[in-house]
Design a protein around this ligand. Structure first.
Ligand SMILES: *Cc1c(COP(=O)(O)O)cnc(C)c1O
Length: 424
């Protein structure tokens, strides 16, 4: 088969604003002009020296880039196979990769002359990152959050308010992320003159999926450079990242898309089982549809009703996946799999005990996949894992989950490589 450069295909996709059959712009007429304005501004500034300089300076001096690439020797030894390297996005300011995008878009908002930014948030992580970037750049900030999520994530609500943001409760629908996103889009329509909407992942109408991806591509670029220094080759044999909307994963994968020696693996939230409603594995139960302005895989019923999803980690708990991921899946370039709640919890404990790192529950899904794959590889192979965030935010919910399991007598098995069905 002739090798087609995915990066060249991507450049073409970026120009038309869709990735094959996915992506695009499915929005009310009133949003077309603002999206055009945003596209023009982004395309103008993303290549400009002054903009790139300002962004790079903030990423370094404020956010803490470059993040380390860490050879997890004890974890590698414990699993008895490949050498595992962790890209430490968990060490960034505010505790996760999300700040890369929030600062990038906030800076663009300033360039566009906007005084106000808005955001949707589920667990509150993107809300905190946006409130942080807004405080940093002197922008007004309003974060839309389902009232159910506000109840579950009280600490992050306080954090946002301390940062000077208004947190606006959303009472419609299931009062979670999907409803908050609807409300944010509605607000943007009415206040577009002075407001920029900072979407939190590679979702939404064009140009958001490619813009958010670009702001996170620094993850893969740095990792490649760091690997080159450490192991004298700029690519791993396997790269693994968790997939919520898909921003940290695509940020990592972008650097290796045209490197056929690297296997790329995205891990979705497998939740508590395979039944629709019990998980957030869009590649395993999703069908084509439109959600929040983009055409992609959506967990929906046969009438097109968007389903409730479940994952132990709030950041993976969303019914749609970024459209470019569906394209990369169809192209056969990225493999998508899932880890269950229990497997993620086992991943969390294993990393904590072997390396002294508490990973975010989202990132623990990537660790769960490493537990399966590393033992099957020889010790000269290199597995690169994106540690998208830190687990401090999850300590309480992990305690609750495990108490629940003990009460039901369904305690998760102690960490061990799980049995697998795929033949690789
Ligand atoms: C939000 C979040 C995710 C999921 O979002 P992506 O867009 O898929 O990266 C993963 N990890 C952490 C720590 C998060 O906060």
């Amino acid at each position: 088969m002739a090798k087609v450069s995915l990066l060249k295909q991507r450049a073409a996709a970026d120009r038309i604003g869709r990735f094959g059959d996915y992506g695009g712009r499915y929005v009310p007429e009133t949003l077309m002009a603002p999206l055009d304005e945003l596209t023009r501004a982004y395309d103008k500034h993303r290549t400009k020296r002054a903009f790139k300089r300002r962004l790079t300076d903030l990423l370094q001096d404020y956010c803490g880039r470059p993040t380390p690439l860490y050879h997890a020797k004890r974890l590698s030894e414990r699993l008895g196979g490949a050498q595992i390297y962790l890209k430490r996005e968990d060490l960034l300011h505010t505790g996760a990769h999300k700040i890369n995008n929030a600062v990038g878009q906030a800076l663009l908002a300033v360039e566009m002359g906007k005084e106000r930014v808005i955001a949707e948030t589920g667990a509150g992580q993107h809300g905190v990152a946006t409130a942080t970037a807004a405080a940093l750049l002197g922008l007004q900030c309003c974060v839309f959050m389902g009232s159910e999520d506000m109840r579950r994530q009280r600490l992050n609500v306080h954090r946002m308010r301390l940062l000077g943001a208004e947190v606006r409760p959303v009472e419609s629908g299931s009062r979670t992320l999907k409803d908050a996103t609807n409300e944010a889009l509605r607000d943007w329509v009415t206040h577009v003159r002075n407001t920029h909407y900072i979407i939190g992942s590679v979702l939404g109408p064009n140009p958001f999926p490619r813009m958010v991806r670009d702001f996170h591509s620094v993850i893969g670029i740095e990792a490649s450079r760091q690997l080159k220094k450490k192991i004298r080759r700029a690519y791993p044999d396997v790269a693994i990242a968790c997939v919520g909307g898909g921003s940290n994963s695509i940020g990592l994968f972008s650097a290796f898309l045209d490197e056929p020696r690297t296997r790329l693996i995205g891990v979705e939230g497998g939740g508590r089982g395979q039944q629709l409603g019990d998980h957030a594995a869009r590649f395993d139960g999703g069908t084509l549809g439109v959600l929040h302005g983009t055409r992609t895989l959506v967990l929906q019923d046969s009438d097109g009703q968007v389903m409730e999803t479940h994952s132990v980690s709030a950041g993976l708990d969303y019914p749609a996946v970024g459209p470019e991921h569906v394209f990369l899946h169809d192209a056969g370039r990225v493999e998508y799999t899932s880890a269950t709640d229990d497997e993620a919890l086992a991943g969390f404990h294993l990393l904590a005990e072997t390396e002294g790192i508490l990973p975010a529950l989202e990132s623990s899904h990537a660790i769960a996949e490493v537990m399966e794959r590393a033992p099957r590889l020889t010790s000269d192979k290199v597995v690169l894992v994106n540690l998208s965030g830190r687990g401090d935010k999850d300590v309480e919910s992990i305690l609750e989950e495990e108490e629940k399991r003990r009460a039901q007598g369904t305690e998760a098995e102690p960490p061990r490589p799980r049995p697998h069905g795929d033949p690789s």
